[in-house]
Design a protein. Structure first.
Length: 235
């Protein structure tokens, strides 16, 4: 089990403690869990499009004008205000995201029966993506690959050791397969249409025969593709 005081930066620890105090899970919540740079934006886009496909058409979809990070808020990274009021006021069912390890989620997340989708990624790719991201975005950061690799192997990452993070969610998915779905980035990339069907079924909104025949899964994949999302002005 990942211990907060051992591995987490102080500012992040403050946010997680706030979540434990203020966040009240609901039985119909859907929580998308990832480590940073492991396909978070892609998973948000897919889950949002799948769960809201009866509300929005593909030609005037919210993702054409809003970033996936904005339509699916993080639990521990408040968008508006320090007290997570934006999350508390969202109507059910809520679609939320987190980078927190399974062991640091509020205990009620398990007891009320929230659905959790976890996406893992090849650690080599996650490391490289994280290195480029931090060197580009964080002022004064110029971390070398050798230093980043050494720190990664020692367990230094924003939300705790990489494999501990993955294993916590994987074990939970084995113990509670109806509530926790464990996905791999590389498998979604190799067969995204199958991943859409799998996600839809797990989230309780399986594709109908009419949707299958009309190519809804393929449309979801197209809308949420890297090429589509990166071509939009909002992104």
């Amino acid at each position: 089990t990942i211990q907060e005081e051992d591995v987490l930066p102080p500012r992040l620890l403050e946010r997680i403690l706030l979540v434990k105090q203020a966040f009240v899970p609901r039985a119909d919540d859907i929580i998308l869990a990832t480590q940073p740079k492991c396909g978070t934006t892609w998973l948000k886009a897919l889950a949002f499009t799948i769960t809201n496909r009866s509300r929005y058409g593909f030609s005037d979809h919210p993702l054409l004008t809003r970033h996936p990070q904005h339509v699916v808020p993080f639990i521990e990274i408040p968008v508006a205000g320090p007290n997570h009021t934006d999350i508390h006021t969202l109507p059910s069912p809520r679609l939320l995201a987190t980078h927190m390890p399974m062991s640091l989620l509020p205990p009620d997340t398990r007891s009320v029966g929230c659905r959790v989708v976890y996406l893992c990624r090849d650690p080599k790719d996650a490391l490289v993506s994280r290195l480029h991201f931090e060197n580009k975005v964080l002022q004064g950061t110029n971390l070398s690959m050798d230093s980043a690799f050494s720190m990664f192997c020692q367990g230094f990452s924003p939300y705790g050791p990489f494999w501990d993070h993955c294993l916590e969610y994987w074990r939970e998915s084995v113990a509670r397969p109806d509530n926790v779905l464990f996905l791999k980035y590389e498998e979604i990339k190799s067969d995204p249409v199958h991943a859409v069907r799998k996600l839809a079924k797990f989230l309780g909104v399986p594709l109908t025969k009419d949707e299958e025949s009309s190519g809804v899964a393929q449309e979801v994949v197209r809308l949420c593709s890297f090429e589509m999302l990166t071509s939009l002005q909002v992104n």
